[in-house]
Design a protein around this ligand. Structure first.
Ligand SMILES: Cc1ncc(COP(=O)(O)O)c(C=O)c1O
Length: 460
């Protein structure tokens, strides 16, 4: 263990992602709790980055990983196949919407976005439509952080500095009813948000558009916004009309997080490509998957090509064993039903305790994925000035009270907008849900006091 006690820039040799932050050093995890090297306890109410679904310290998943590492740690996916990848593909495809039956495993969500963009491009080239390459997405959105993925991601503060390096793709507004860009109210709006996809396709020229990528339930950048029920059926109709693939990015909202294996299933839609990550191994090992239709793969094969996306750690045996163990653990312990039940409780408690709080503009989500948007005026829904760093204050105060939440900024206009996500492990108990909501209520009161004193803020 490092001799230095301060886990922050400029100490030590880690290049920390945050250069102005003191990192608590976590030494162990148990259930929904984390413990640091000073034996402070934290309730992990965001499951890290919305990852930990089976809980920390799960010995069944850990043993499956150890056993596989002992048996076979690595072979190249270019040379061999093996049981863990074959079984995981079979079990994952059985859970995916019917018709998605070919799975490709890599290490992280961003990589699956890249793989899906390439798959879509290869498919249209194989079909003799080589002019198709654009991938329409939404703003805001998040699909990853490499240069390809950044071109379809709508997170302004990540993008700006790198703009010369990537190809930007067309963006449309998201289906966020709380901040409807057309000022409409559902259901009188007739889904202008979906119609916008058709306009964007026409503007870009349908002959150049390969795919549309979207998160079925908007994750960190949309604060767990659940689109209304006809949104995805309409999107799918439009995609079919113009020969465009629909890529459902379920990196964050998939693997049971919303109470079903995949959030898109509740819309009765089968996407052409499904992206899975985060909860696929519950955080035990880095693993992600791109799942698609056989016809797409067959078309590429019959054109004489291979799927051109080799990565050294594709189909990694140990990671696949972790994925299998996680899926089986969730199934054997009926944790999706528990996610639905505890999710209902979480949303009920949040509504009862926090909806009337002066800082809270909106509470949304599904299952054990909840988003809370903070506003300075509940009537106009005006957001706080970014310089006030409201959500940073909320997250830091929560952490000081032993509660881990996920914060995000910029969803309103690329700069302003404060929200947090709650995504506790599915094993969370009734008492722990109450602990989350009670602590959050206390934290928000402290933050109100602070901004009243420091900023002279008075609420509406
Ligand atoms: C919806 C979505 N897509 C893609 C990604 C990128 O995944 P990763 O960070 O594993 O590369 C994320 C990460 O937060 C995400 O939430």
């Amino acid at each position: 263990m490092s001799s230095h006690k301060k886990f922050a820039y400029p100490h030590g040799n880690v290049l920390y992602r945050k250069l102005r932050y003191h990192f608590p050093c976590i030494v162990r995890g148990e259930g929904v709790y984390l413990f640091d090297n000073e034996d402070r306890r934290y309730l992990d109410a965001s499951g890290g980055a919305m990852v930990v679904n089976a809980g920390h310290g799960n010995t069944e998943i850990a043993h499956a990983i150890g056993e596989q590492a002992t048996k076979l740690a690595y072979v190249s996916g270019m040379q061999f196949t093996h049981e863990p990848v074959e079984e995981l593909a079979r079990e994952l495809c059985a859970l995916a919407p019917a018709g998605l039956n070919k799975a490709f495993f890599i290490s992280g969500g961003t990589e699956t976005t890249e793989a899906a963009m390439k798959l879509a491009r290869q498919y249209w080239v194989a079909k003799g439509q080589a002019t198709k390459f654009k991938v329409i997405s939404r703003m805001p959105s998040y699909h990853g952080n490499t240069l390809g993925a950044m071109g379809v991601s709508g997170r302004q503060h990540y993008r700006a500095v790198f703009e010369p390096l990537y190809i930007d793709h067309p963006k449309i507004p998201p289906p966020v009813c709380y901040r409807c860009p057309w000022g409409k109210t559902f259901p009188q709006c007739d889904y202008e948000c979906a119609q916008e996809l058709e306009l964007a396709i026409q503007k870009a020229d349908p002959a150049t558009v390969a795919a549309f990528i979207a998160e079925p339930v908007l994750g960190s950048t949309g604060g767990a916004m659940v689109p209304p029920e006809q949104y995805y059926p309409r999107v799918m109709e439009i995609c079919r009309k113009y020969d465009i693939l629909f890529i459902a990015d379920e990196i964050l909202c998939g693997m049971g997080r919303t109470g079903e294996w995949f959030a898109i299933s509740s819309y009765g839609v089968t996407p052409d490509v499904l992206l899975v990550g985060k909860g696929l191994t519950g955080g035990y090992v880095a693993l992600s998957a791109m799942v698609t239709r056989e016809e797409i793969v067959t078309t590429i094969r019959e054109s004489g090509s291979e799927f051109l996306h080799a990565q050294t750690f594709a189909n990694h045996p140990v990671a696949c064993a972790a994925g299998l163990a996680t899926i089986r653990y969730l199934q054997q312990n009926e944790l999706l039903a528990r996610c639905r039940e505890m999710g209902e409780l979480l949303h009920r408690e949040l509504q009862t305790r926090l909806a009337g709080h002066p800082l809270v503009g909106d509470i949304r989500g599904r299952g054990l994925l909840a988003g809370i948007e903070f506003v300075q005026d509940k009537t106009t829904r005006a957001s706080f000035p970014r310089a006030w760093r409201i959500v940073e204050l909320i997250a830091a105060t929560a952490l000081a009270h032993g509660l881990v939440v996920w914060s995000n900024v910029g969803h309103v206009d690329g700069k302003d907008g404060d929200l947090i996500l709650l995504a506790p492990p599915f094993i969370v108990t009734v008492e722990q849900i109450q602990e989350i909501v009670n602590t959050l209520a206390r934290v928000l009161d402290i933050v109100v006091d602070e901004i009243q004193h420091k900023r002279g803020w008075t609420h509406s």
